[in-house]
Design a protein around this ligand. Structure first.
Ligand code: SF4
Length: 459
């Protein structure tokens, strides 16, 4: 066992399957001093809205908050690239004392004239909540003057968890829904919610659905467009990925426009196939949709299986750690790793609910550590103790993996290749294989500390 201690107040958020009755605590504010891996409310709202490529994104706050740019989360666009520019009102001491409303109005005036966006999102950060700027009033005035939607995003970082940021983003986005024409929308139509097109996934998924004969009205928000969101209330079904981000939106659309929704994950063979079959089943009045879906799944799965089996040969018996934003993604990852013969020894998330963690503990083997809102020390401790060979996470988990001397797979912000869809499963397997079997880890001192034997380094 490693000598890394766990903070007393964190113990209720960590569970080891089989060691004690399952009763994990979650959904609460991060413990002060714990250096949580979790992002703030503002960051949660940015995750959701950022990929809308023809909108202006203005961060009302100090320049430090604006560090969260396209360079960190590179959502791809097939058209406009305005979302790649990060604007900030750069609030300083003087603004904190006298208020930042005038500065915000001037920035919006200048930026809207310069870039002619379809809409503008204005993100409130911590200090704006503290000094009490009336951001909504400034947005209303500018919307009137410029003739475009100018939408306040109430995302003051301190006011909750990253999940509250999702809600703030959905509240802003929902104000666009219903403002456009639904002309030309087929009864066989969907919106894809919660897919952010980091590596081109939205394009792959859209292609599958379109091949099935389903019209994709809008994707929220990967490769997103303001006009598509505005007419998204004309779709027959919402398909919601991930457990957190866009569920608020799906609920609001169901209540206001009566659009039903189903959950989906596009990661891994089983879940990707299910995402297509579930949509086909929804439109069962058209039997050709299901027939085409079967054909697509058969074609795609047979194309990737031979190489997956080859990679599995090297990966069987290796151990993986997972730490992700939403727990829903972890469900798919566990299944995908099983396809590769790998066991999950640690799994955690930033925003999981009690029900999510209950599902995780059912899916995992005895001894697996389940963590809510973890910090780097906890993750390092269990990586050492469980002798993980691979860490799957995002930008904040990468340095932990490398310090521990184990393979890493970015399943979050920084990836450049699509990991969703059938083809994405193969990309994932190749990446895991390349990282886990790299000979470089034999030189990592931490790896030896964890008790890995020499023969384990042989690929
Ligand atoms: S909104 Fe607050 S918590 Fe979030 S980055 Fe800015 S200062 Fe930090």
């Amino acid at each position: 066992m490693s000598a890394i201690p766990i903070l007393e107040a964190r113990k209720a958020q960590i569970h080891q399957k089989g060691a004690e009755p399952f009763d994990i605590t979650c959904g609460k504010h991060s413990l002060a001093g714990s250096v949580s891996q979790r992002a703030c409310v503002f960051c949660g709202s940015r995750v959701v809205l950022y990929p809308i490529a023809d909108a202006l994104h203005l961060i009302h706050g100090p320049i430090g908050c604006a560090a969260y740019t396209w360079d960190i989360r590179g959502a791809l666009s097939s058209g406009p690239q305005l979302h790649r520019l990060s604007f900030s009102t750069d609030l300083r001491e003087k603004d904190v004392i006298f208020g930042g409303e005038k500065k915000l109005a001037a920035a919006l005036d200048e930026l809207i004239d310069a870039y002619r966006p379809k809409a503008a999102f204005v993100y409130s950060t911590c200090i704006v909540g503290i000094i009490g700027d009336d951001v909504a009033a400034v947005c209303r005035k500018l919307a009137q003057d410029k003739g475009i939607p100018v939408l306040p995003v109430h995302s003051e970082g301190f006011k909750g968890t990253k999940k509250d940021g999702y809600k703030a983003a959905c509240d802003a986005l929902f104000r666009l829904v219903g403002t456009g024409s639904t002309e030309g929308i087929s009864p066989l139509s969907i919106n894809i919610l919660g897919e952010f097109n980091i590596g081109g996934e939205a394009w792959m998924i859209r292609k599958y659905y379109e091949e099935m004969g389903i019209q994709v009205v809008s994707i929220m928000t990967g490769d997103g467009r303001v006009d598509d969101v505005a007419r998204s209330h004309g779709a027959s079904l919402n398909v919601v990925q991930c457990s957190g981000a866009l569920t608020f939106m799906a609920d609001m659309m169901k209540e206001t426009y009566g659009i039903p929704y189903i959950r989906a994950s596009y990661f891994g063979i089983d879940d990707m196939a299910k995402a297509l079959y579930d949509v086909a089943a929804h439109f069962s009045t058209q039997p050709t949709v299901m027939e085409t879906t079967r054909r697509i799944v058969r074609r795609e799965v047979s194309a990737i299986m031979p190489e997956l089996y080859r990679l599995k040969g090297d990966l069987s018996g290796k151990r993986a750690a997972i730490y992700v934003g939403g727990a829903f993604k972890a469900f798919s990852l566990i299944k995908a790793l099983r396809y590769l013969g790998m066991a999950v020894v640690l799994v955690g998330s930033q925003t999981g609910s009690k029900a999510d963690y209950a599902t995780l503990q059912e899916m995992c083997n005895a001894g697996t550590v389940i963590l809510d809102d973890a910090n780097p020390l906890e993750l390092s401790k269990y990586i050492i103790e469980k002798r993980a060979d691979l860490f799957i996470g995002g930008v904040k988990e990468r340095p932990i993996a490398f310090k521990m001397g184990i393979g890493f797979c970015d399943h979050n912000h920084e990836r450049k290749i699509p990991l969703a869809g059938f083809e994405g499963m193969l990309h994932f397997a190749r990446e895991v294989h390349a990282s886990v079997t790299s000979p470089v880890w034999q030189f990592a001192p931490a790896r030896k500390l964890a008790g890995h034997r020499e023969e384990e380094f042989r690929a």
